[in-house]
Design a protein around this ligand. Structure first.
Ligand SMILES: Nc1ncnc2c1ncn2[C@@H]1O[C@H](COP(=O)(O)OP(=O)(O)O)[C@@H](O)[C@H]1O
Ligand SMILES: [Mg+2]
Length: 265
């Protein structure tokens, strides 16, 4: 059996955001077909790493730096975006708030944040958007204005936008932040359904409760460095999590899910 090429293979990268150096001599491989959770405190560089993956942020062009996406050194940003369905909190915040729900999903065909008239899409594309909305239980909100939906409904529309192209990889940046318990668990059910349909899920988060049981590889990112990279069962324990977040933390675990609690100092 031939293995799929790594989703991302980055070697010796230096990455700045504005004047801030986020990664220096950073190397990391994300295997194809392997679900992964990248966990770390605020400011660790998690969202920046996803922006490198999606081509929104580039490493400096240094002699020693190598970056391959889906096995290719040269890639077209649009082709990569069709392979990666991305849902981020930024996207929800920045999204044009007056777009109609269905248009939000349809905009995924162009990996764009712009709104379009429905006429700009083919009948097949509109059919596919409707199919995805049914799958996510949001078809009844298709004509509602995005800005008038609840945070949970908005998040499901953005998931629909990421899925409309049927990409093999789903990339989620803190997917359930800001959601109430029902919306959070509903959303995680939808993510798990995508895993069971064969999609690879890559998640970045500081919330341990949003790591589905199916994700087995965990990467700890702190201060722009990979400080640990192993199986979930090895890393998600009181000692390692307390070190990662620089305070005593106790973990509770049930049915393959984790929850962090304050530890005793
Ligand atoms: N647009 C930006 N301009 C300047 N610095 C930024 C920008 N975005 C992020 N940073 C900085 O980059 C570092 C990593 O940020 P980020 O990748 O958002 O971390 P995380 O997602 O892990 O919280 C932080 O120090 C942050 O202040
Ligand atoms: Mg972030």
């Amino acid at each position: 059996m031939t293995l799929p090429p790594p989703i991302l293979d980055i070697q010796h990268a230096t990455v700045y955001r504005g004047d801030s150096l986020v990664f220096s001599d950073f190397s990391f491989v994300l295997q194809g077909g392997e679900h992964a959770a990248i966990v770390g405190p605020n400011g660790a560089g998690k969202s920046t790493l996803l922006k490198v993956l999606t081509g929104e942020v580039h490493p400096l062009a240094l002699d020693e730096t190598r970056m391959r996406l889906f096995g290719k050194e040269c890639w077209n940003v649009w082709d990569v975006r069709k392979k990666l369905g991305i849902v981020s909190y930024d996207l929800q915040r920045d999204y044009l708030i007056c777009a109609e729900g269905r248009t939000v999903v349809l905009s995924g065909f162009y990996a764009s944040n712009d709104t379009y008239d429905h006429q700009a899409f083919t009948r097949d594309q509109v059919g596919r958007a409707d199919e995805v909305m049914r799958e996510l239980g949001i078809e009844s909100f298709a004509t509602r204005v995005f800005g008038h939906l609840s945070t949970g409904e908005q998040r499901r529309f953005l998931l629909g936008r990421a899925l409309v192209y049927d990409p093999p990889v789903l990339v989620l940046d803190e997917p359930t932040s800001g959601l109430d318990l029902k919306s959070c668990f509903q959303y995680l059910d939808l993510v798990r359904a995508q895993i069971h349909k064969g999609k690879t899920v890559v998640l970045v988060t500081h919330h341990l409760h949003e790591i589905p049981p199916e994700i087995d590889r965990v990467i700890f990112l702190k201060g722009g460095k990979v400080v640990a990279d192993s199986r979930k069962s090895a890393l998600l324990c009181n000692d390692h999590i307390s070190t990662l977040f620089d305070r005593p933390i106790m973990l509770a675990q049930a049915n393959g899910w984790y929850q962090a609690l304050p530890g005793l100092s």
